[in-house]
Design a protein around this ligand. Structure first.
Ligand code: ZN
Length: 144
C-alpha cells in the first residue's frame, strides 16, 4: 500500500488540477489526502472517538511501515480494531475522493463516518477469532 495510490501529485500530467478534491485548497498527496486535509481530519477525529483509536500522527510512509510491523498479530484485539479502522478510513477517503473526481458526487464527513462505523461494526461481528472479543470492545461496538 505504500505510496502506490495514484494521488494527483503523481498524476499531474493527466489531471487538470493538483488540488485536493475533498477540500479544494491543499495540494493532493498521500499525507494531505489521508491526514492533513481538513475533511480527512474531521473523519479521523470522529472515527478515533468511536473506535478508541489514536491515528493520524504519522506521515503516510511512516504509518504504512509502522502498521506492517505492528499489525500482524491477530490475537491483540485492540490492534485488530486499529488495523480495521486504518484500512476503513483510508478506503473510504480514497473512495470519496474518486467519487468526487469521476462521478461528481460528494458526501459529508459525517455520512462517511456513519458508513465507516457501520462497516467496522459488521467486520467485528463477522470476524472469526481464536479468542472472543473482550466485553469492552463488544459493548463499545454494540455487539454485546
Ligand atoms: Zn484536502
Amino acid at each position: 500500500m505504500q505510496s502506490k495510490l495514484r494521488t494527483k501529485d503523481r498524476l499531474w500530467s493527466t489531471e487538470e488540477s493538483t488540488f485536493c478534491s475533498l477540500c479544494g485548497t491543499g495540494v493532493e498527496s498521500h499525507d494531505h489526502l489521508f491526514f492533513q486535509c481538513p475533511y480527512a481530519k474531521v473523519v479521523w477525529t470522529d472515527v478515533n472517538q468511536i473506535a478508541h483509536t489514536n491515528w493520524a500522527h504519522l506521515a503516510w510512509d511512516e504509518l504504512t511501515r509502522w502498521a506492517a510491523i505492528n499489525f500482524s498479530a491477530m490475537h491483540n484485539h485492540s490492534h485488530l480494531v486499529a488495523r480495521l479502522t486504518l484500512s476503513a478510513v483510508v478506503y473510504y477517503v480514497w473512495f470519496e475522493r474518486n467519487n468526487r473526481i469521476f462521478n461528481g458526487t460528494s458526501k459529508t464527513p459525517i455520512s462517511l463516518v456513519a458508513e465507516i462505523h457501520q462497516l467496522l461494526r459488521l467486520h467485528l461481528s463477522a470476524i472469526k477469532l481464536k479468542h472472543p472479543l473482550s466485553e469492552i470492545i463488544k459493548t463499545r461496538w454494540g455487539l454485546a
